[in-house]
Design a protein around this ligand. Structure first.
Ligand code: B12
Length: 183
């Protein structure tokens, strides 16, 4: 069986984005920064703040999540592309908080529960991974006021939180069987 790369989804996103940028920006200089670059490494960009500044999604500082007006928290922020060209007329403006007060209180309680496990672990990443269903439930609650249908499917959800490549391999196998994009 062919070995999978360290972060296959990040590699795939990088490849597709760079190809799209090359096609779209012929002759125009583009600086592309990816969300998988860790804080402290060269080229790091805070994608939550970038999405907020661009008016793409509201940055919720309680939840450490960006909320899109249609898809709520079910968006992945993959890259920022800065073009060496004049901005168009549709320059984004930060959005306002979409969460009503009652839901905000429920979310604060859900976040406090999720953070309990994080505080027990030396690494925040491990605290999220070992307790990921609680994090997913908090995110689902945040998504409850947006249009239904955007939530990740079970396989995507589990891979997203655990980075278990066995799950990814299985999803690609199923897509190939169904003649989908993995084929
Ligand atoms: C580092 C990081 C984390 C760390 C944060 C802790 C730490 N020690 O820094 C850990 C591993 C805990 C983490 C967890 C998660 N993350 Co994260 N993370 C990032 C990353 C790479 C950088 C964030 C950063 O450092 N910003 C810069 C600093 C200066 O900002 P800051 O205000 O000091 O801190 C920010 C974060 O670090 C975060 N934070 C700080 N301390 C802690 C502690 C905990 C426990 C958590 C959850 C967050 C958190 O809150 C601030 C943002 O408002 C971004 C991608 C990017 N390039 O922006 C993704 C990113 C923010 N993460 C994302 C996601 C989805 C998650 C998870 C849900 C799932 C996952 N993949 O693990 C979990 C849980 C978070 C949740 N609310 O549900 C998404 C958000 C998408 C969205 N719709 O909003 C991003 C944008 C990645 C992406 N490709 O989309 N993440």
């Amino acid at each position: 069986m062919e070995a999978l790369a360290e972060a296959p989804l990040d590699d795939y996103a990088r490849e597709v984005i760079l190809r799209a940028v090359a096609q779209a920006c012929q002759g125009c200089r583009a600086d592309v920064r990816f969300s998988c670059t860790r804080p402290g490494a060269e080229g790091f960009v805070d994608l939550l703040r970038a999405a907020n500044c661009a008016g793409l999604a509201y940055l919720d500082n309680d939840l450490h999540l960006c909320l899109h007006p249609t898809f709520g928290p079910w968006i992945g922020l993959r890259a920022v592309v800065v073009l060496d060209a004049p901005a168009g007329p549709d320059v984004g403006r930060p959005l306002s908080d979409p969460i009503p007060a009652k839901l905000r209180m429920q979310l604060q309680a859900a976040m406090a529960e999720a953070m309990e496990e994080v505080h027990k672990q030396a690494e925040a990443r491990e605290g999220v991974r070992s307790n990921w269903e609680v994090w997913a439930a908090m995110r689902r609650l945040a998504g409850s006021m947006f249009a239904p249908g955007a939530e990740y499917c079970p396989g995507q959800m589990a891979y997203h939180y655990t980075s278990d490549k066995g799950l990814l391999r299985e999803a690609v196998r199923q897509a190939a069987e169904a003649g989908g994009p993995g084929a």
